[in-house]
Design a protein around this ligand. Structure first.
Ligand SMILES: Cc1ncc(COP(=O)(O)O)c(C=O)c1O
Length: 409
């Protein structure tokens, strides 16, 4: 007898999950052996595998790590290291301790736990327009009602935020990606942060500050964090990750929490999983603790900076004359752009992979309101060296030319 699963599954699972368009593009790229400007992940040639390998060997010499780890928030040594690192960097108030750091399976798990903790069916939340689609997926699954607020080169636009907060009634939180935002590459200035935090206080809502790209700044002055700016106000939750600066496969991120929330979030975690692997957390801690981190990060930055410049130059040279406009960010992994004459970027993305074997991400999926962003486009330069950038840009230019003439015929 055939089972009709929709009868058994919750609405959350049966109706609110859908295949990811990023996944489709990455799969198509693979099938067609296309040049890819799709994946927002670090470049494998920059993985510090030799050093990490030694750290894993040392972790294997610690038998206690093979038992259930007794601290539900994660490895104490790593949590202490993160608390000190954040304070040293001016990202957290001096009062922060390891008690307020909860290790997660990448910052994506932090997003999931916060969605579970905060969002009840129909609750309003503010998201940036555009924003990170996997966060939208998680919040949508939970039943969130999205209030989209535009971002410009300095971050969330405060006047737009104020209008939304004034009209919406209670808002559970504002979800914001503060540095080299995915996908726009924009960074929220400290001046903007002060304005947004003042609004969050006035309208009594909370800020979730997602910050996986902070340490990939290629130029300009580093900005502070909402978490530090709020001090002991207890209104901000900070999400960090080692995915972009060490390796994504190690799956270590963290939440820095207001003290009153730390126990509750840890209890929530225990209701989902007993613990995360202390073995990998130990290996990461071992890797980090004796490292010359500024030197390590500056090597990464140097490599990504030249990739950014190569792709920006190639796209401007080849595709600019055909109508592609791009924003070049001060850090992170993404160039964000528009082709104003392309009215359906999803169709063009499929065409470009099929006809010219060049992949990129259509921008529409980064908007909570999917009628927005039809002509926008995201390119990731993280895994693209100069030769690939130039060849990819030539292919994109050919795809633009033939697509335009097909549209005109
Ligand atoms: C803005 C943003 N937040 C969170 C994540 C999740 O990263 P991870 O779970 O690997 O830490 C990503 C990954 O691309 C991201 O771009």
């Amino acid at each position: 007898m055939q089972i009709h699963w929709d009868r058994f599954l919750t609405e959350k699972v049966a109706k609110r999950l859908e295949p990811s368009l990023i996944g489709e593009m990455m799969m198509l790229v693979k099938e067609r052996e296309a040049i890819s400007f799709t994946a927002g992940e670090p470049s494998a040639d920059l993985y510090p595998l030799e050093e990490l390998g030694k750290s894993f060997e040392r972790a294997f010499g610690e038998p206690s790590l093979f038992a259930y780890y007794p601290h539900n928030g994660g490895l104490l040594e790593l949590r202490r290291w993160i608390a000190d690192w954040m304070k040293g960097d001016g990202l957290a108030p001096r009062s922060l301790t390891e008690e307020e750091i909860l290790l997660t399976n990448g910052s994506q798990e932090g997003i999931h736990l916060l969605a579970e903790a905060f969002i009840a069916e129909g609750d309003a939340i503010v998201v940036e327009s555009p924003t990170y689609p996997e966060a939208l997926l998680t919040f949508r699954r939970q039943g969130a009602r999205f209030l989209s607020v535009p971002v410009d080169r300095d971050g969330i636009v405060p006047e737009a935020l104020e209008r939304v907060l004034a009209e919406a009634g209670p808002v559970k939180f504002i979800y914001t990606i503060v540095n080299f935002q995915n996908p726009s590459g924009y960074t929220t200035t400290d001046e903007r942060k002060a304005q947004v935090l003042a609004l969050a206080r006035r309208y009594d809502t909370v800020i979730i500050e997602d910050d996986p790209y902070r340490h990939l700044r290629y130029e300009g002055a580093p900005q502070g964090s909402y978490f530090a700016l709020d001090g002991e106000g207890g209104r901000v939750i900070y999400l960090g990750s080692f995915s972009k600066i060490v390796v994504p496969g190690i799956r270590v991120g963290w939440m820095a929490l207001p003290p009153e929330l730390a126990d509750k979030m840890t209890e929530l975690r225990v209701s989902c999983e007993i613990s995360l692997p202390a073995l990998t957390q130990y290996a990461l801690w071992d890797f980090l603790k004796d490292r010359d981190l500024p030197h390590y990060l500056s090597t990464l930055r140097g490599a990504y900076r030249s990739r950014r410049d190569a792709l920006a130059e190639a796209l401007r040279g080849q595709c600019g004359p055909l109508g592609l406009e791009i924003d070049v960010p001060q850090g992170g992994f993404f160039l964000w752009g528009r082709i104003p004459w392309v009215k359906d970027m999803v169709a063009f993305a499929r065409y470009a992979i099929e006809e010219e074997r060049i992949g990129f991400i259509p921008g529409r999926i980064f908007f909570a309101d999917e009628t927005e962003g039809a002509d926008t486009i995201r390119f990731s330069f993280a895994k693209v060296d100069g030769d690939l950038a130039r060849e990819g840009a030539r292919r994109l230019a050919r795809a633009m030319t033939s697509y335009r003439s097909a549209l005109n015929n």
